[in-house]
Design a protein. Structure first.
Length: 172
């Protein structure tokens, strides 16, 4: 139960011990200005429509994954009628599948978009895959179907990583 906390604290201490900061002695430190910070958070969607669509797509993709993860236990318990022993195992499997597959597939989204030369078809395909994943997870009433929906949903994570380079030009 305490192993993740101990591991995190230990790795954090190792990181602090190894990290070397540059020496800023004698340099003038600029005072932090909250107004300047707040003004830099605003952007005009008419001047940067691609960035606006990027923010909207990332927001809704994050909301979708967040809802799935938040209500995962309740869904498995009340819809798939899993008992407490199999519930823990299924939550672990679903989380592992969603995060593991997304970690493997996500870098492919940007690479695929670079080869195609366009980002919007990749984002649209990712959105359709996410919708299919949600539908499969909801419609199928057994554990293997639910895990298949998790795989489909996690493959749609390439939306986030292909859209992250919205401002880049295609590399030669």
């Amino acid at each position: 139960m305490f192993i993740p906390a101990i591991l995190g604290a230990g790795l954090g201490l190792i990181f602090v011990a190894i990290l070397r900061e540059p020496d800023f002695a004698g340099q003038v430190r600029v005072k932090f200005d909250y107004g300047y910070f707040a003004r830099n958070l605003y952007f005009n969607p008419k001047k940067a429509p691609d960035f606006a669509w990027y923010l909207i797509s990332i927001f809704w993709a994050s909301v979708g994954i967040g809802v799935v993860i938040t209500f995962l236990v309740y869904f498995l318990q009340f819809e798939l009628k899993l008992d407490e022993n199999s519930l823990v195992s299924m939550v672990f499997k679903a989380t592992l599948i969603i995060n593991g597959t997304a970690s493997v597939v996500s870098p492919l989204g940007g690479t695929l978009a670079d080869r195609l030369g366009r980002r919007k078809p990749i984002v649209a395909a990712g959105a359709l895959l996410a919708s299919a994943g949600y539908a499969v997870m909801d419609a199928i009433v057994n554990s293997s179907g639910f895990l298949s929906g998790c795989v489909i949903l996690s493959v749609s994570a390439m939306v986030c990583y292909s859209a992250r380079r919205w401002h880049w030009r295609r590399r030669p």
